[in-house]
Structure formats: structure tokens, C-alpha cells
Design a protein around this ligand. Structure first.
Ligand code: AMP
Length: 509
């Protein structure tokens, strides 16, 4: 057996090839035998197209079982799997193809005509299509091929995938992930989250992102068990499937949507063993309400595209609302001064730096960026601001680039958000810095309140009043806006850059 991540999981697949791997809402089922055969055919097709070890295969397709088999086929062929967010436009896809120079690009049948020229201009060798129902030229061309395929041996350091970061500032960067990065993280998560042979995972996340692909899918592969696969989060479907599932992984918005539904009861969640949340901060209130409504304490964890998962609340032990738990086994987390990189005193706030077998080797063709973000000793600068409390729990305070500097004073948005979120009638808030003629930046609060009928009578005076009572004056918002919805990306992260842009002229140009 080699260090190819596929070999590692395949060695653990169930002896009975008929064991279910993916089941769709329609009832359609794919077994581990199907996984071996379809990924084998796809791998044969890719190598037939000249894909060799280390070649990139870029993929922008709808979520489907076949898309998972394509991911596995890339691993088997020794290629680097490069999934792209389905929301990316033609221009964005053009950038990724030009940057990564994939040998093969797989898009949907519907976007083939629009992307053919883009792919040709980027020098892509072959363009294939894959539809949401498993249709398209990839499947057609693979159909007659021999499913037996010898997985290409790979070393632990060989490239397994490139995931582009969401790129909220500047160009999106391709994080290079090795077979070791994937296997070390999957083995750890599988163990610490106590996966059992009969676990069934409810999968409603996108699979172009580390959460749905490497956390959720790889845990299932490590476990050799099955998942109920939804194209996207849909509360009706989730309530239908919860009685058959035991584990769900979600972003915080999944949980707030479930909480908004009267069907969320202890009975609805009775079959579940574990609810996990990540990719964006889970409000402490959401954690508490979910526990009151279902008896389940959501297990919150923290990670990034570049590092896989880094910390997790414990399976056995206190899952503390508002914290992301302890560093994972073999993962080191330290809190450092942003400028000097020196570790700060215990308990102080600083930038989180991490090290471990899960941490990526660098950004694709960006050695300078890599050098800026990975210190010579191997510590990767996450850009997340946080602290570690006396019990060892990690708290995330925000992104370093979201820090507001008003009149020369540092304001951590999370501190102000916590005060505002505690006001009766407030659902959630996002605190940002906007240009201000006197202060450089002014603190601004964008607030989502409960509908009036549900007691949402909060106004600007109430927000300012609560902040004045609890915070130093320079942290008190100089502007407050009320919105019906906070803008979020596909992973449920509040898009602060968008809010800063929206309100940038509030105090004049
Ligand atoms: P991505 O690379 O898209 O997975 O985004 C990684 C970023 O998401 C991290 O650097 C954090 O800022 C944020 N993030 C992930 N999980 C959490 C969490 N549990 N709490 C707060 N922020 C999180």
C-alpha cells in the first residue's frame, strides 16, 4: 500500500461491496462496489487523456455522486483534484484555468458552449462535461471502459488537490494539499468524533469546499459507511432524513434555519448522534437554543482551506458555546503578535499560528505569498485573531484584516458584536470599520433584528446605549444600520468586505 489517500481509505472499505456509500433522496443508491467501478472507469479515462501524476484536473460541476467519483478518480490517477465553486463566472474560471493549467477541465453540459473558448485559451488539453444526474461526455466516454484500475502509487508529500481560497482580498490563491494533509486530517477527525460502522452522515454541504469534501466526505470514506446526499441544504429534506441519519455536518446557517422551523423537536433529532458546525462562527445563542430545543450540544470545530481542521470541541467533555475547542492531536496552535510573530503571554489575544501534518505546503505558483504566510519554522499564519483560555479552549475573535483601527485604537469586532447580540430583539450583528475623516476608521454596526411581531423593537439608541454601558468609548459604534439579512457566501460567512463597500461613504468621501 502506498501513501495515496485513496489507498488508505480503500483499505478500510467494507468487505461487502454492496454496502451503501451514497444514497440520494430519490432512493437511488451507490454502493462501495459502484464507487470502485465508476472511479476506476473515470481514472482510466483520465489517464487515457494523458493525465499523469501531478497533473491538475479542474472541475466545475453540480454536486452529484458522480462528482465524488471524479474526485476519487483523480486521486487514483495520481492527479491533483481542483474543484471550483459553481458560482464562479466565466472570467473567474478563466483565471483559475490560466493559473493552474489543468490537463483536463470538467464543466456542466449546460456551460460547455460558454466555457469552451475559455478552456482553449488557457491551453486545457481536454474539455469534458458532467451533469447533475451523472450525464455528460465524461460519463459517456467512461461507460465502456474497464473498471479495473491500479491506483497510481503516491508518496505522502505528493500533490492530491488544489483548493483555491475564497480570496476576499486580492487574487484567489491555490492551496496545495498533499496526500498526507488529507489522510492525517481524515484519520484524526474520524477518531476523535467517534465514528461507528453504522453511522450515516447527512450531507447537505457543497463539495467544492474543504468542509463538504475533505471533512464530511473523507470522514465517511475513512469509516467505510454511508451518507444521505442532498444537492443543497433544504429544511424539508433534512427533516425527512434526520430519522435515518446519525451525524450531520453543517455551517451555522443550517442550524439557524433548523431553529426557525417548528419541526425541530427532541423527537426530530432523536436518532442523531452528533451535530457538527464549522466554516463560520456559531453564535453562542444558537448553540444554547439548539440544545434547549433538541437536547444536542452542537460540536463546533475550526479549520481552513489551507490547513484542514485545526481545533475541535470534545466529543466527550464540555462543548463550550462560542469556542472552537482544543487543538487536534498532532496540531500545534499558538497565539502570536501580528507584527513580531513572537508568542503573546498566556490568555492574551493575537493571531493564531498553526503547525502540523495537516498544514498545506504552499500556494500554487506563489512562492512570495507562501513565504509571507508560512514562517521559516513551519508556522502558518492563519490570519484569524484569537486567544486560548485557561482550560485550553481556543476562541476566535475575528479575522486580522477585519480589525478596526479607530483614532489609533484597536477594536476587535467580535467584542462589540457580542454586546450587541446580547440585546433583546437582536438576532445578529456585524461590526466593521468604515472611512472617517477624523478617526481614520469609524466603528459601524450592521444589525439584524427580530421581526417587529417577534419583539424586534431595537433601535439605534438601544444599540448605542448598551455599547456605552459596557465598552470603552472608542469601541462604541458611530453608525448603526438595520438590515433584513446579512450578506453571506456559500459557506455562511458574513461578507464584511461587501458591508465595508456598501457603507464606505457614510461619513463622506
Ligand atoms: P475557508 O478557507 O473558506 O474554510 O475559511 C477559513 C476561515 O473560516 C477561517 O480562517 C476562519 O476565519 C473561519 N472559520 C472556520 N471555522 C470557524 C469557526 N468555527 N468559527 C469561526 N470562524 C471559523
Amino acid at each position: 500500500m502506498t501513501d495515496n489517500f485513496f489507498d488508505i481509505v480503500a483499505a478500510r472499505f467494507p468487505a461487502d461491496a454492496d454496502t451503501s456509500f451514497i444514497e440520494l433522496e430519490s432512493g437511488r443508491r451507490y454502493s462501495y462496489g459502484d464507487l470502485m467501478e465508476i472511479s476506476g472507469r473515470y481514472a482510466r479515462l483520465l489517464t487515457g487523456l494523458g493525465v499523469a501524476k501531478g497533473d491538475r484536473v479542474a472541475v466545475q460541476v453540480e454536486k452529484s455522486p458522480e462528482a465524488v467519483f471524479l474526485y476519487l478518480a483523480c486521486l487514483r490517477a495520481g492527479a491533483a483534484y481542483l474543484p471550483l465553486n459553481t458560482a464562479y463566472t466565466k472570467a473567474e474560471v478563466g483565471y483559475f484555468l490560466g493559473d493552474a493549467e489543468p490537463k483536463v477541465f470538467v464543466c456542466t453540459p449546460a456551460s460547455e458552449a460558454a466555457l469552451a473558448e475559455t478552456a482553449r485559451a488557457a491551453g486545457v488539453g481536454a474539455l469534458l462535461t458532467l451533469g447533475g444526474d451523472g450525464d455528460g461526455s465524461l460519463a459517456e466516454r467512461a461507460a465502456g471502459l474497464d473498471p479495473a484500475f491500479d491506483t497510481v502509487p503516491c508518496a505522502a508529500d505528493d500533490l492530491a488537490a488544489i483548493l483555491y481560497t475564497s480570496g476576499t482580498t486580492g487574487r484567489s490563491k491555490g492551496a496545495m494539499l498533499s496526500h498526507r494533509n488529507l489522510s492525517s486530517n481524515a484519520a484524526t477527525l474520524h477518531r476523535i468524533w467517534g465514528f461507528r460502522p453504522d453511522d450515516v452522515l447527512l450531507h447537505a454541504l457543497p463539495i467544492f469546499h474543504t468542509h463538504g469534501l475533505f471533512v464530511a466526505t473523507n470522514c465517511v470514506l475513512m469509516n467505510g459507511s454511508g451518507m444521505l446526499f442532498l444537492p443543497r441544504f433544504d429544511a424539508d429534506a433534512v427533516f425527512r432524513l434526520l430519522p435515518r441519519a446519525t451525524v450531520m455536518m453543517g455551517v451555522p446557517t443550517f442550524y439557524t434555519r433548523l431553529l426557525a422551523d417548528p419541526r425541530l423537536t427532541p423527537a426530530a433529532a432523536a436518532h442523531m448522534r452528533l451535530f457538527i458546525s464549522g466554516s463560520a462562527p456559531l453564535l453562542a445563542d444558537t448553540h444554547r437554543e439548539f440544545r434547549e430545543r433538541t437536547g444536542h450540544a452542537i460540536l463546533e470545530r475550526y479549520g481552513m482551506t489551507e490547513t484542514g481542521m485545526l481545533t475541535s470541541n470534545p466529543l466527550d467533555g464540555d462543548r463550550i458555546p462560542g469556542t472552537v475547542g482544543f487543538p487536534l492531536p498532532k496540531v500545534s496552535v499558538r497565539v502570536a503578535d501580528e507584527k513580531t510573530g513572537e508568542p503573546v503571554p498566556d490568555g492574551d489575544v493575537g493571531v493564531l499560528e498553526v503547525k502540523g501534518p495537516n498544514v498545506f505546503s504552499g500556494y500554487w505558483r506563489m512562492p512570495e505569498k507562501t513565504a509571507q504566510e508560512i514562517r521559516p519554522g513551519g508556522w502558518f499564519i492563519t490570519g484569524d485573531v484569537g486567544r486560548i483560555d485557561a482550560r485550553g479552549y481556543v476562541h476566535i475573535i475575528g479575522r486580522a484584516k477585519d480589525l478596526v483601527i479607530s483614532g489609533g485604537f484597536n477594536v476587535y469586532p467580535k467584542e462589540v458584536e457580542t454586546v450587541i447580540d446580547a440585546i433583546d430583539g437582536v438576532v445578529e450583528s456585524a461590526v466593521i470599520g468604515i472611512p472617517h475623516p477624523d478617526f481614520g476608521e469609524a466603528v459601524m454596526a450592521v444589525v439584524l433584528k427580530r421581526p417587529r411581531r417577534a419583539g424586534g423593537t431595537v433601535d439605534e439608541a438601544a444599540v448605542i446605549g448598551a455599547c456605552k454601558e459596557q465598552l470603552a468609548n472608542f469601541k462604541v459604534p458611530k453608525a448603526v444600520a438595520f438590515v433584513d439579512e446579512l450578506p453571506r457566501n456559500a459557506m455562511g460567512k458574513v461578507q464584511k468586505a461587501l458591508l465595508r463597500e456598501t457603507y464606505k461613504d457614510r461619513f463622506g468621501r
